[in-house]
Design a protein. Structure first.
Length: 401
């Protein structure tokens, strides 16, 4: 039985120090809220700055201009070393089963770039440096959340080491398998895609041309995301379970051969690969993001297919809206746990998150379909969109928003 320590009081208790939890703590801490962040893991150390294949995080995201603007406003973007950030100004998407293709270029919408690719751990570390400079934010590492119970002032949280925190608002930013979500009984709708994704860093024989490459294969989508080294990309290769097992077990030379045959002839050629990892793909959406004095953000509320490397953009948008609603509550003299502001947060975010999840699901199903009619339809669809300048610009403006 763990020994119980004295209770520490705070305004907002954030569980999870990933991109979502740390950006919320930074946003609220800068507004003078007292925030405590718990994470079950140890404090991350500075990420390596080298350019060997093993020096890159295989977890990368394509941040949209809106996410970048949010991180800039927090003073965090400026802390990410510029030589680890890769702007991309084009996307090439094609159907490996047919002749459908679509090309997006930043100059079509007169934008300097479509987004920037950044390693997850670079964003986490930049956030950490910002948050550690804020006097009213406390970070507690190696403290996995164990239990949550109602207390007169809100919620009482206990870690597995027996430390206790009291807070008026508890935010679950603890990722796809959220303990907060589980402890407060917020039900989810979830389904498995029957796929796993292989991630890793790949060296190319030529430049990636600051382009994201995305092939839709029968067995699942394969994306190449450009890194700041012009001859290296991060891959996210989603595969049906059976194929995944076979491909993941291949030795590097055979793996590269398979990768190149999946990419040919549209994309650059892969010549070497660093360490690889796999993770199962599940779509999971909490039916409600909030309860009395509790809110879920980012992957804790919704995890989506990594098809377009978009995961964290939805999470950062959740954080931005929750911060706005909490500031509005404070200005209006409401408690931070006020269900009016929490429900407004939920309303504002759920529609957009559901729309994005439905779009990813549609893509996934459309391209997973082996029926010849579906094949022709999607090829015509891709080519049609590619040829309609206005429609393409419409898609891109939505992707940049
Ligand atoms: C291997 C891998 C590769 C990925 N690659 C991509 C990609 O290429 N593109 C993409 O868009 N998305 C990718 N994703 C998904 C993407 O990383 C997530 O969308 C994003 O990181 C979510 O951020 P988050 O802050 O919500 O959660 P997380 O980054 O999962 O952070 C959650 C934090 O909560 C902590 N935590 C968990 N449980 C507890 C507890 N009980 N008590 C205290 N702390 C706890 C964890 O230690 C962690 O620090 C990948 C995910 C994985 C696992």
């Amino acid at each position: 039985m763990a020994e119980h320590h004295s209770l520490m009081e705070t305004d907002v208790l954030v569980v999870g120090a990933g991109v979502a939890g740390l950006s919320l703590a930074t946003a609220l801490g800068r507004e003078g809220f007292a925030v405590t962040v718990l994470d079950g893991a140890s404090r991350p150390s500075a990420p390596p700055g080298g350019v060997d294949l093993s020096d890159w995080d295989f977890r990368v995201s394509a941040l949209t201009p809106a996410s970048i603007a949010f991180l800039q406003a927090l003073g965090v973007w400026q802390q990410i070393p510029s030589d680890r950030v890769a702007p991309y100004d084009a996307m090439r998407v094609w159907d490996a089963d047919g002749n459908g293709h679509i090309a997006f270029d930043a100059r079509d919408v007169v934008a300097p770039c479509l987004g920037q690719i950044v390693e997850n751990r670079q964003v986490v570390y930049a956030l950490l440096k910002s948050v550690e400079a804020l006097p009213r934010v406390q970070l507690c590492w190696d403290e996995p959340l164990e239990s949550l119970s109602r207390a007169p002032s809100g919620w009482q949280a206990v870690s597995s080491g027996g430390r206790c925190w009291g807070a008026s608002l508890c935010v679950g930013a603890d990722g796809a398998r959220s303990r907060v979500r589980q402890l407060v009984d917020l039900p989810t709708r979830e389904w498995s895609y029957g796929q796993s994704a292989i991630v890793g860093t790949v060296a190319l024989s030529s430049s990636h041309q600051n382009t994201c490459w995305q092939a839709f294969l029968r067995t699942g989508p394969l994306a190449l995301l450009p890194l700041s080294d012009p001859a290296k990309v991060a891959i996210v290769w989603s595969l049906d379970e059976e194929e995944h097992g076979q491909v993941a077990a291949l030795q590097d030379p055979d793996f590269l051969r398979q990768l190149n045959s999946a990419l040919a002839p549209s994309a650059p050629v892969a010549v070497a690969i660093g360490p690889r990892a796999s993770f199962p793909l599940k779509q999971c959406h909490a039916m409600d993001y909030v309860r009395e004095g509790v809110a879920l953000v980012a992957d804790a509320a919704h995890s989506i297919h990594p098809l377009a490397g978009q995961g964290i953009n939805l999470g950062l948008a959740d954080v931005a809206v929750l911060k706005e609603e909490l500031l509005a509550a404070r200005r209006g003299g409401l408690l931070l746990s006020s269900s009016i502001s929490l429900k407004r947060y939920q309303r504002r975010r759920k529609t957009e998150n559901l729309a994005m999840m439905a779009a990813m699901e549609g893509f996934k199903r459309g391209f997973g379909n082996r029926h010849p009619v579906a094949l022709v339809a999607r090829n015509l669809g891709l080519n049609f969109v590619d040829q309609q300048g206005w429609l393409k610009r419409w898609f891109m403006r939505h992707a940049l928003a």
